[in-house]
Design a protein around this ligand. Structure first.
Ligand SMILES: [Zn+2]
Length: 334
Protein backbone atom coordinates (compact mmCIF):
# COMPACT_ATOMS: atom_id res chain seq x y z
CA UNK A 1 0.00 0.00 0.00
CA UNK A 2 1.33 3.42 -0.99
CA UNK A 3 1.97 6.00 1.76
CA UNK A 4 -0.66 8.72 2.05
CA UNK A 5 0.13 12.38 2.52
CA UNK A 6 -1.64 13.11 5.77
CA UNK A 7 -0.78 16.78 6.16
CA UNK A 8 2.01 19.31 5.72
CA UNK A 9 5.22 17.20 6.06
CA UNK A 10 3.27 14.22 7.43
CA UNK A 11 3.03 10.80 5.77
CA UNK A 12 0.95 7.81 6.75
CA UNK A 13 2.33 4.31 6.14
CA UNK A 14 0.05 1.33 6.77
CA UNK A 15 1.56 -1.96 7.99
CA UNK A 16 0.08 -5.45 8.40
CA UNK A 17 -0.36 -6.92 11.89
CA UNK A 18 -1.16 -10.45 13.05
CA UNK A 19 -3.86 -9.04 15.37
CA UNK A 20 -7.66 -8.99 15.09
CA UNK A 21 -7.65 -5.20 14.74
CA UNK A 22 -5.98 -5.50 11.28
CA UNK A 23 -3.38 -3.13 9.80
CA UNK A 24 -1.76 -0.37 11.86
CA UNK A 25 -0.79 3.13 10.72
CA UNK A 26 2.54 4.72 11.47
CA UNK A 27 3.42 8.31 10.57
CA UNK A 28 6.52 10.08 9.33
CA UNK A 29 6.89 13.74 10.23
CA UNK A 30 9.46 15.66 8.24
CA UNK A 31 10.44 18.83 10.08
CA UNK A 32 13.72 19.82 11.77
CA UNK A 33 14.16 16.09 12.26
CA UNK A 34 12.62 13.05 10.62
CA UNK A 35 10.38 11.44 13.22
CA UNK A 36 8.58 8.12 13.12
CA UNK A 37 5.37 8.06 15.13
CA UNK A 38 4.67 4.48 16.26
CA UNK A 39 6.50 1.44 14.97
CA UNK A 40 4.22 -1.45 13.96
CA UNK A 41 4.47 -5.02 15.28
CA UNK A 42 7.71 -6.99 15.31
CA UNK A 43 7.10 -9.13 12.22
CA UNK A 44 9.04 -9.54 9.00
CA UNK A 45 5.91 -8.59 6.98
CA UNK A 46 5.48 -5.31 8.87
CA UNK A 47 9.17 -4.52 8.48
CA UNK A 48 9.11 -5.12 4.72
CA UNK A 49 5.99 -2.98 4.29
CA UNK A 50 7.64 -0.26 6.35
CA UNK A 51 10.83 -0.24 4.25
CA UNK A 52 8.84 -0.14 0.97
CA UNK A 53 6.64 2.65 2.35
CA UNK A 54 9.73 4.67 3.21
CA UNK A 55 11.22 4.04 -0.24
CA UNK A 56 8.10 5.44 -1.87
CA UNK A 57 8.74 8.75 -0.08
CA UNK A 58 12.48 8.59 -0.81
CA UNK A 59 13.56 7.61 2.70
CA UNK A 60 15.24 4.61 4.31
CA UNK A 61 15.15 3.38 7.94
CA UNK A 62 18.54 5.11 8.35
CA UNK A 63 16.88 8.46 7.51
CA UNK A 64 14.80 8.29 10.71
CA UNK A 65 16.25 10.49 13.47
CA UNK A 66 13.91 9.57 16.30
CA UNK A 67 10.79 7.62 17.27
CA UNK A 68 7.76 8.78 19.26
CA UNK A 69 5.40 6.10 20.60
CA UNK A 70 1.73 6.90 21.23
CA UNK A 71 1.37 3.95 23.64
CA UNK A 72 2.96 0.68 24.62
CA UNK A 73 0.81 -1.87 22.71
CA UNK A 74 2.94 -4.22 20.56
CA UNK A 75 1.23 -3.27 17.27
CA UNK A 76 2.63 0.23 17.88
CA UNK A 77 6.10 -0.55 19.22
CA UNK A 78 7.57 -3.80 17.86
CA UNK A 79 9.53 -2.49 14.89
CA UNK A 80 11.69 -0.39 17.21
CA UNK A 81 13.86 -3.53 17.38
CA UNK A 82 14.66 -3.21 13.68
CA UNK A 83 16.43 0.11 14.16
CA UNK A 84 20.13 -0.17 14.69
CA UNK A 85 21.88 1.33 17.69
CA UNK A 86 20.83 4.29 19.65
CA UNK A 87 17.89 5.91 17.89
CA UNK A 88 16.22 8.12 20.51
CA UNK A 89 12.77 6.99 21.68
CA UNK A 90 10.25 9.43 23.12
CA UNK A 91 7.26 8.05 25.04
CA UNK A 92 5.18 8.35 28.17
CA UNK A 93 6.93 7.00 31.31
CA UNK A 94 4.37 4.17 31.52
CA UNK A 95 5.78 2.71 28.27
CA UNK A 96 9.13 1.95 29.87
CA UNK A 97 8.41 -1.32 31.77
CA UNK A 98 6.65 -2.74 28.70
CA UNK A 99 9.52 -1.89 26.38
CA UNK A 100 12.20 -2.94 28.83
CA UNK A 101 10.33 -6.16 29.74
CA UNK A 102 11.05 -5.32 33.40
CA UNK A 103 10.84 -8.57 35.38
CA UNK A 104 9.30 -6.92 38.48
CA UNK A 105 6.61 -5.35 36.30
CA UNK A 106 5.85 -8.59 34.47
CA UNK A 107 5.50 -10.36 37.82
CA UNK A 108 3.17 -7.64 39.12
CA UNK A 109 1.13 -7.89 35.92
CA UNK A 110 0.78 -11.68 36.16
CA UNK A 111 0.00 -11.60 39.91
CA UNK A 112 -2.55 -8.84 39.43
CA UNK A 113 -4.47 -10.58 36.66
CA UNK A 114 -4.34 -13.95 38.42
CA UNK A 115 -5.94 -12.39 41.53
CA UNK A 116 -8.36 -10.30 39.46
CA UNK A 117 -9.51 -13.37 37.58
CA UNK A 118 -10.51 -14.98 40.89
CA UNK A 119 -12.24 -11.79 42.05
CA UNK A 120 -14.19 -11.66 38.79
CA UNK A 121 -15.33 -15.25 39.21
CA UNK A 122 -13.57 -16.49 36.04
CA UNK A 123 -13.36 -20.33 36.01
CA UNK A 124 -9.73 -21.55 35.91
CA UNK A 125 -10.29 -23.24 32.54
CA UNK A 126 -11.42 -20.00 30.89
CA UNK A 127 -8.61 -17.86 32.33
CA UNK A 128 -5.96 -20.38 31.15
CA UNK A 129 -6.93 -19.62 27.54
CA UNK A 130 -6.26 -15.92 27.96
CA UNK A 131 -3.08 -14.67 26.28
CA UNK A 132 -0.28 -14.19 28.81
CA UNK A 133 1.86 -11.07 28.96
CA UNK A 134 4.69 -13.16 27.47
CA UNK A 135 2.55 -13.93 24.35
CA UNK A 136 1.80 -10.27 24.13
CA UNK A 137 5.40 -9.12 24.45
CA UNK A 138 6.56 -11.44 21.66
CA UNK A 139 5.50 -8.81 19.08
CA UNK A 140 6.80 -5.92 21.14
CA UNK A 141 10.30 -4.46 21.10
CA UNK A 142 13.02 -4.75 23.68
CA UNK A 143 14.21 -1.24 24.18
CA UNK A 144 14.30 1.60 26.63
CA UNK A 145 12.58 4.99 26.48
CA UNK A 146 15.26 7.69 26.20
CA UNK A 147 13.03 10.72 26.74
CA UNK A 148 9.84 10.69 28.77
CA UNK A 149 7.18 12.99 27.34
CA UNK A 150 3.86 13.94 28.87
CA UNK A 151 1.17 16.60 28.67
CA UNK A 152 2.63 19.98 27.82
CA UNK A 153 6.00 18.63 26.62
CA UNK A 154 7.31 18.87 23.09
CA UNK A 155 9.69 16.33 21.61
CA UNK A 156 12.96 17.64 20.17
CA UNK A 157 12.50 18.56 16.52
CA UNK A 158 8.70 18.61 16.84
CA UNK A 159 8.23 22.18 18.02
CA UNK A 160 4.82 22.48 16.31
CA UNK A 161 3.36 19.41 18.02
CA UNK A 162 1.89 19.51 21.53
CA UNK A 163 1.82 16.36 23.62
CA UNK A 164 -1.52 15.49 25.25
CA UNK A 165 -1.97 12.80 27.90
CA UNK A 166 -4.94 10.67 26.85
CA UNK A 167 -4.96 7.56 29.09
CA UNK A 168 -7.74 4.99 28.99
CA UNK A 169 -7.08 2.65 26.07
CA UNK A 170 -3.60 2.41 27.64
CA UNK A 171 -2.24 4.25 30.67
CA UNK A 172 0.81 5.16 28.56
CA UNK A 173 -1.28 6.83 25.86
CA UNK A 174 -0.33 10.22 24.46
CA UNK A 175 -1.55 12.09 21.37
CA UNK A 176 0.20 14.75 19.31
CA UNK A 177 -1.66 17.89 18.31
CA UNK A 178 -0.55 20.57 15.84
CA UNK A 179 -2.57 23.72 16.54
CA UNK A 180 -1.86 25.56 13.27
CA UNK A 181 -3.66 23.02 11.09
CA UNK A 182 -5.52 21.20 13.90
CA UNK A 183 -4.12 17.76 13.11
CA UNK A 184 -4.36 15.16 15.87
CA UNK A 185 -2.16 12.07 15.73
CA UNK A 186 -4.36 10.05 18.01
CA UNK A 187 -2.93 6.50 18.22
CA UNK A 188 -5.85 4.37 19.39
CA UNK A 189 -7.66 7.17 21.22
CA UNK A 190 -10.31 7.56 18.55
CA UNK A 191 -10.83 5.28 15.55
CA UNK A 192 -13.45 5.93 12.93
CA UNK A 193 -15.01 2.47 12.59
CA UNK A 194 -14.16 0.73 15.85
CA UNK A 195 -14.71 1.88 19.41
CA UNK A 196 -11.45 1.58 21.34
CA UNK A 197 -11.41 -0.72 24.33
CA UNK A 198 -10.41 0.73 27.71
CA UNK A 199 -8.13 -2.20 28.50
CA UNK A 200 -7.55 -3.11 32.16
CA UNK A 201 -4.03 -2.67 33.44
CA UNK A 202 -2.33 -3.45 36.74
CA UNK A 203 -1.37 -0.56 39.02
CA UNK A 204 1.79 1.11 37.75
CA UNK A 205 3.45 1.11 41.17
CA UNK A 206 3.18 -1.59 43.81
CA UNK A 207 0.88 0.20 46.21
CA UNK A 208 -1.24 2.15 43.73
CA UNK A 209 -4.85 1.32 42.98
CA UNK A 210 -5.47 -0.09 39.51
CA UNK A 211 -6.60 2.62 37.07
CA UNK A 212 -10.33 2.81 36.32
CA UNK A 213 -9.62 2.67 32.63
CA UNK A 214 -13.07 3.40 31.19
CA UNK A 215 -13.41 6.52 33.31
CA UNK A 216 -9.92 7.62 32.30
CA UNK A 217 -10.85 7.00 28.69
CA UNK A 218 -14.04 9.07 28.91
CA UNK A 219 -12.08 11.89 30.48
CA UNK A 220 -9.52 11.74 27.63
CA UNK A 221 -12.27 11.81 24.99
CA UNK A 222 -13.90 14.81 26.64
CA UNK A 223 -10.58 16.59 26.79
CA UNK A 224 -10.43 16.44 22.98
CA UNK A 225 -13.76 18.27 22.81
CA UNK A 226 -11.90 21.30 24.20
CA UNK A 227 -9.50 21.49 21.25
CA UNK A 228 -10.41 22.15 17.66
CA UNK A 229 -9.63 19.10 15.55
CA UNK A 230 -9.68 19.24 11.77
CA UNK A 231 -8.40 15.73 11.06
CA UNK A 232 -7.60 12.71 13.17
CA UNK A 233 -4.61 10.64 12.02
CA UNK A 234 -5.48 7.38 13.77
CA UNK A 235 -3.52 4.24 14.65
CA UNK A 236 -5.94 2.06 12.66
CA UNK A 237 -8.27 2.80 9.75
CA UNK A 238 -8.69 5.88 7.61
CA UNK A 239 -7.84 9.48 8.41
CA UNK A 240 -11.10 11.23 9.27
CA UNK A 241 -12.67 14.56 10.19
CA UNK A 242 -15.69 15.20 12.40
CA UNK A 243 -13.87 14.13 15.58
CA UNK A 244 -16.17 16.00 17.96
CA UNK A 245 -19.30 14.36 16.57
CA UNK A 246 -17.69 10.94 16.82
CA UNK A 247 -16.54 11.57 20.40
CA UNK A 248 -20.08 12.56 21.43
CA UNK A 249 -21.40 9.41 19.77
CA UNK A 250 -18.86 7.22 21.59
CA UNK A 251 -19.65 8.87 24.94
CA UNK A 252 -23.35 8.24 24.32
CA UNK A 253 -22.76 4.60 23.36
CA UNK A 254 -20.93 4.11 26.66
CA UNK A 255 -23.87 5.53 28.60
CA UNK A 256 -26.15 3.12 26.78
CA UNK A 257 -23.86 0.22 27.61
CA UNK A 258 -23.81 1.32 31.26
CA UNK A 259 -27.61 1.03 31.28
CA UNK A 260 -27.36 -2.38 29.60
CA UNK A 261 -24.87 -3.65 32.20
CA UNK A 262 -27.06 -2.31 35.02
CA UNK A 263 -30.06 -4.16 33.63
CA UNK A 264 -28.37 -7.50 34.45
CA UNK A 265 -28.57 -6.67 38.16
CA UNK A 266 -31.98 -7.70 39.33
CA UNK A 267 -32.47 -9.44 42.68
CA UNK A 268 -29.27 -11.47 42.59
CA UNK A 269 -25.69 -10.31 43.28
CA UNK A 270 -23.40 -11.13 40.33
CA UNK A 271 -19.65 -11.27 39.64
CA UNK A 272 -18.11 -9.64 36.55
CA UNK A 273 -17.62 -12.94 34.70
CA UNK A 274 -21.32 -13.86 34.83
CA UNK A 275 -22.29 -10.60 33.15
CA UNK A 276 -19.45 -10.91 30.60
CA UNK A 277 -20.65 -14.37 29.64
CA UNK A 278 -24.29 -13.38 29.31
CA UNK A 279 -23.73 -10.09 27.54
CA UNK A 280 -21.03 -11.29 25.11
CA UNK A 281 -21.97 -14.96 24.79
CA UNK A 282 -19.72 -15.50 21.74
CA UNK A 283 -16.90 -12.97 22.18
CA UNK A 284 -16.17 -14.07 25.74
CA UNK A 285 -14.89 -17.38 24.39
CA UNK A 286 -12.29 -15.88 22.07
CA UNK A 287 -11.53 -12.44 23.54
CA UNK A 288 -12.12 -12.86 27.24
CA UNK A 289 -9.58 -10.22 28.28
CA UNK A 290 -11.27 -7.49 26.20
CA UNK A 291 -14.77 -8.54 27.28
CA UNK A 292 -13.79 -8.48 30.96
CA UNK A 293 -12.21 -5.03 30.51
CA UNK A 294 -15.44 -3.79 28.96
CA UNK A 295 -17.66 -5.09 31.78
CA UNK A 296 -15.31 -4.14 34.62
CA UNK A 297 -15.03 -0.62 33.20
CA UNK A 298 -18.79 -0.14 33.29
CA UNK A 299 -19.03 -1.74 36.72
CA UNK A 300 -16.42 0.70 38.08
CA UNK A 301 -18.57 3.50 36.72
CA UNK A 302 -21.80 2.11 38.21
CA UNK A 303 -20.11 1.68 41.60
CA UNK A 304 -18.83 5.24 41.51
CA UNK A 305 -22.30 6.51 40.65
CA UNK A 306 -23.70 4.61 43.61
CA UNK A 307 -25.94 2.46 41.37
CA UNK A 308 -24.39 -0.83 42.51
CA UNK A 309 -22.24 -1.94 45.43
CA UNK A 310 -19.69 -4.70 45.99
CA UNK A 311 -19.39 -7.48 48.55
CA UNK A 312 -16.86 -10.31 48.72
CA UNK A 313 -17.65 -13.99 49.19
CA UNK A 314 -14.97 -16.71 48.99
CA UNK A 315 -12.60 -14.28 47.25
CA UNK A 316 -15.12 -13.42 44.49
CA UNK A 317 -16.49 -9.86 44.24
CA UNK A 318 -20.28 -9.77 43.81
CA UNK A 319 -22.16 -6.65 42.80
CA UNK A 320 -25.78 -5.79 43.51
CA UNK A 321 -28.08 -2.85 43.02
CA UNK A 322 -28.32 -0.20 45.71
CA UNK A 323 -31.58 1.59 46.54
CA UNK A 324 -30.27 5.02 45.57
CA UNK A 325 -30.29 4.16 41.90
CA UNK A 326 -29.77 7.10 39.55
CA UNK A 327 -28.49 9.55 42.15
CA UNK A 328 -25.50 10.14 39.93
CA UNK A 329 -23.07 10.40 42.82
CA UNK A 330 -20.08 9.89 40.58
CA UNK A 331 -17.75 12.82 41.10
CA UNK A 332 -15.80 12.22 37.90
CA UNK A 333 -18.42 11.56 35.33
CA UNK A 334 -22.16 10.96 35.29
ZN1 LIG B 1 -3.58 -0.01 21.32
Amino acid sequence: MQPIKAGDGVWQITLPTPFAIGPVNVYIIQSEKITLIDAGPKTEEAHQAFVSGLEAIHLTPESIDQIVLTHHHPDHTGLVDYFAGDIPIFAHPHCEPWLAHEPAFIKRYNDYFRDLSVQMGVPAKASDQDPSIEDYLAYSSRASVDHFIQEGDRATGLADWEVLDVPGHASSHIALYRPYDKLLIGGDLLLEKVSSNAILEPPFHDNDLAPRTLLQYRHSLRKCLDIEVDKVLPGHGNIFSGAHGLILERLKQQVKRRHDVLSYFQAEALPVFTIAKEMFSKAYQSQLDLVLSEIQGHIDWLVLRGDIQASIKDGVVYYERTDHLGDGLCPIDV
